[in-house]
Write a protein of this length. Structure first.
Length: 138
């Protein structure tokens, strides 16, 4: 597993791309298109955490990202300790009637093969997987 913990602020999210490229290079995944798509989706998840999971009452706000590769499956976990995600508050996306905002999870779901959310104690964990048949990891 390769992990990084970053401050939960919008400027710190820029680090995710550098971390991701290092992870993908380590396992020999050199498909730039795949890396760009994963980066976009991870950044969308992180932005949602900053904007919705954490509020002024939280101290030491961080986001932990973890990466594993098993065979041709890239697995990412994104963990925070903010407010629980309320599935019912998620905006409905209508691509025929665009609005400003509300596309983060829609984008991530369109990129990853699987995406799940779990709340355990004080942690929120997003688990995201994507297959890359061109890469067979360690």
């Amino acid at each position: 597993m390769i992990a990084i913990e970053i401050p939960a602020d919008l400027l710190a999210i820029r680090v995710v791309g550098h971390w991701l490229r290092g992870c993908l290079q380590y396992v020999g995944a050199d498909d730039e298109s795949l890396g760009s798509r994963i980066e976009l989706a991870l950044q969308e998840i992180c932005v949602n955490i900053v904007e919705h999971a954490y509020g002024p009452e939280f101290q030491a706000m961080t986001i932990r990202l973890e990466y594993r590769m098993n065979g041709s499956t890239h697995t990412f976990k994104v963990v925070d300790h903010g407010c629980p995600f309320d599935q019912g508050s998620r905006p409905t996306v209508d691509i025929n009637n665009p609005t400003e905002g509300g596309y983060g999870l829609f984008i991530a779901e369109s990129i990853f093969d699987t995406m799940s959310y779990e709340r355990a104690a004080t942690s929120n964990t997003w688990t995201l997987t994507i297959e890359d048949p061109a890469t067979e990891g360690p």
